[in-house]
Design a protein around this ligand. Structure first.
Ligand code: GDP
Length: 367
């Protein structure tokens, strides 16, 4: 459903489809309903549920993804009606982030966000009936163990209790990891090696650009950086200065707040950068909207004060009119096509001029 214009809803749905594909789904069909507010019981209205039901039936879809956040009961009702799995935007985004989390802390953060999302949505079948016994200790589950539960506790209650225990444990672990990270950061006065973070909307072409910039032989991966995030690469300027280039997790419009929180640590790395290369998809129907959304999130992690280099990508696919408009709006931006390789040299040169000049020659200080 949407309360805004149908065009807004279509853009949002196109994005949802792109996200679903990123998560590995094949998108079969999109449905939009215009309403002043979601139906409290089934999110979309009664008639639309019937339509959804017949679309599921005719396409053989196995999942329905709603562009919004569903309440636990809306989700349950829709599942009962369509007989297929129903997920919402938040669940989809959590899934994508789960696939992309690389660091130990990042993984813990995603698991925490997933469990917090799951907890109120957990449901048991035959709740009151399944009073089975079973252990609930560490790694509990298969085969039982000593019955730690009180008498009469249902399976669902046990599951909920286990999840709550896991949640508080994850919170403790994350807190400890944060402390260590902050201490490490405090000890490192400023980046010895200038760090460039590539940020931008999901699908804007960040990884294509990273590959272009590092694939030309000038910039190569280095064992020195192999311990860092696998998407961090080492690069070298024309005059021999070393810097790092790191891809970041993609931004999404209407990023659910619990995810922004969960991903603070991952995104906080951006705040440590010396330069943010902000990639925009010039072929998107709303590039300005993308930029606004990304800047909003950057501000939330305190990365809005960093020098930013705006890069408009996909100029091969964008129309002339849009490009002219964007050039007028962002005269400082670099226009490129990661696919064709257009403008890459200019981008590389611009990045080099925007890097901070170290007080000492970096090469002389690294043994
Ligand atoms: P990321 O999610 O920001 O890392 O984006 P990717 O690098 O994975 O690219 C997303 C999609 O856009 C892929 O299908 C790319 O092939 C495509 N893409 C990237 N750069 C360009 C470009 O310059 N022109 C066109 N037409 N497509 C591009």
């Amino acid at each position: 459903w949407t309360e805004g214009s149908v065009t807004d809803a279509e853009n949002s749905l196109t994005e949802l489809a792109a996200l679903a594909e990123t998560a590995g789904s094949q998108v079969l069909e999109g449905l939009i309903q215009r309403r002043s507010r979601p139906d409290p019981a089934t999110y979309v209205g009664r008639g639309k549920v019937d339509e959804l039901d017949s679309v599921v039936e005719s396409t053989g879809a196995d999942t329905v993804i709603c562009d919004g956040e569903l309440s636990p009961s809306q989700l349950r009702n829709l599942e009962q009606r369509t007989k297929v799995k129903v997920i919402d935007r938040t669940a989809l985004i959590l899934d994508i982030f789960a696939q992309h989390a690389k660091s130990k802390e990042g993984k813990a953060q995603v698991e925490l966000a997933q469990l917090e999302y799951l907890l109120p949505r957990l449901r048991g079948w035959g709740e009151a009936l399944s009073r089975q016994s079973g252990g609930s200790g560490r790694g509990g589950g298969a085969g039982g163990g000593v019955g730690l539960r009180g008498p009469g506790e249902t399976k669902l209650e046990t599951d909920r209790r286990r999840i709550r225990m896991r949640i508080s444990r994850l919170r403790r672990e994350i807190k400890a990891m944060r402390t260590v990270r902050h201490t490490m950061r405090a000890g490192r006065a400023k980046n010895l090696v200038p760090a460039v973070a590539i940020a931008g909307y999901t699908n804007a072409g960040k990884s294509s650009l990273l590959n272009r910039l590092t694939g030309a032989g000038v910039l190569v991966e280095d064992a020195l950086f192999a311990t860092l995030d696998p998407t961090t690469r080492r690069a070298e300027t024309g005059d021999g200065r070393i810097y790092t280039l790191a891809d970041t997790v993609g931004f999404v419009r209407h990023l659910p707040h619990q995810i922004v929180e969960a991903f603070r640590s991952t995104l906080e790395e951006v705040a440590d950068a010396d330069l943010v290369v902000h990639v925009v998809d010039g072929a998107d129907p709303d590039p300005e909207g993308q930029v606004r959304a990304v800047r909003e999130v950057l501000a939330e992690v305190g990365a809005d004060k960093l020098p930013e280099l705006l890069v408009v990508n996909k100029i091969d696919a964008a129309d002339e009119e849009t490009l002219l408009r964007l050039k007028r709006a962002w005269p400082e931006a670099v226009f490129v096509s990661a696919r064709r390789g257009t403008g890459i040299e200019e981008l590389r040169a611009t990045i080099e001029t925007r890097l901070p000049r170290p007080a000492v020659e970096v090469r002389a200080t690294v043994p």
